[in-house]
Design a protein around this ligand. Sequence first.
Ligand SMILES: [Ca+2]
Length: 536
Amino acid sequence: MDSIHDKKAFSSNANLTRRQFARGTITAAIGVPLVFLPERQSRGAFAGERKPNFLIIMSDQQSPHVLGHAGDRVVRTPNLDRLAAGGVRFTATYCGSPLCVPSRMTFLTAQNCSKIEVWTNSCVLDSETSTFPGALAAAGYETVLAGRMHFDGPDQRHGFTRRTIGDVTQPHFPAKGKHPLLGSIPRQTTGQSKGAVETAGPGRTSYMAYDDAVTESACKFLAERDQQSTDKPFALVVGYVLPHCPYICPPELFNYYYSRVNVPQLPAGYLDKLHPAEREDRQRRGFDELNDEQVHIARAAYYGLVEYHDRLCGRVLDALKRTRIADNTVVVYTTDHGDMAGEHRLWTKSLFYEASAGVPMIWSWPGRFRAGTTVRRVTSLLDIGPTLLDLAGAPPIKKVAGRSLTGFFSGNGDVKGWLDETFAECCGTPAGRPSRMLREGPWKIILHHGCDKPQLFNLAEDPDEMNDRRDDPSCTAIRERLLNRVREGWDGERMAKKIAQSKERRQAAFEKARAHATPIPDYWDMPPDANIFPMK
Ligand SMILES: [Ca+2]
């Protein structure tokens, strides 16, 4: 590990004065001057002579728990661990919705689902809504998308000035029949029910082929950018589809993890005490019908996919390191939402448990951001856009829910007066109920439309969220206060109506597009033989 990024190097410097830090006069053992910036939280706090480039890696369905630096002792993620050790890691970051399209559109716009009216994978983001790629482009950035963003509808850019490779998701995805990218692998392996777990194990899928191609495309962009003499900064988003299910991974990785992963078990009586909305959801998705061996196989495959993904991230990070622009490039790693991956004996997403609604978030700018910092404050994927605009010294997008994180990147890694609060919304499964989550301090409250009582967890006392306090008499006051807060400005009935309307509109649009054989823009061509399953 590079000693400048070593946590120990910082702890041994803990007694140095603020003035010494601010002057940047301390020299690390390897002779590289450490640059410490004074604590500033204003716009453009890190603005220098040159605007920084941005490399944002966004995976799909990466559990915030299944990462070496998050404490998982089984998974091998050396590349992301190295990025975290050299940067600022956030441990309480949430997505705006634990489902692909709404999460990504809230990420791009820094606005909550109800504000942009995107709650499901059939809701289309209005092209007139401001996005951070659009705002960066207006500020002089080349905004480039290498890979997936799961845009629905005809606008496949939303502020990106170009795409280096098409998307893996077809905007005109057929409503029924075979998955266009998975050959003979059942379509439900990409879904959110027990079918995603029943077909799992060693093999290869087009999702791996896609991420290989995305990696190549991103590395090529960085190498080409290194050769160009231009002052125009870039913001490159590398959009991966892994470790999204199918829970199918290469045999060598599957075998490695099959002999190492555990099979989570539920405490006795747990299912009897479930909140009615969760009982309904579990029954509909059929997760409790899965046996231990099915859980074991899918978990091993998920771990294998995470390692496969980490290797690809390593290739992109190494490609950046080889360039002359690395020292002026901010790197961000995150995902659109997590995966329960067997925790609570649940799978995939559309749940507000930490493994599904929580996301990893790492920020790195060697020599500028304080390395080895862990931030435990409550933050959101919606904060990424405002932070990038702040670092770019660009005008912020007005009236957004996201907040700039730049104050966390220097000083002691804390921001005085930061409000530990974030909201998320969901209606992500067929026949799912509209629901809204509020995380406030140690508390998480989940309001399910049509149910009398919310779910309530205290994450400080119960980090695994096994003890719903909805009926706990000692929590009456906090429950009522949070219930009022989570109800504020939110209408589950209206949300359900709008979602139904969006489905009808989407169906009509797709029928029209198919009838006219409209070419699909920005779509990736799958190579032959991309799917092999099962595989020895
Ligand atoms: Ca997703």
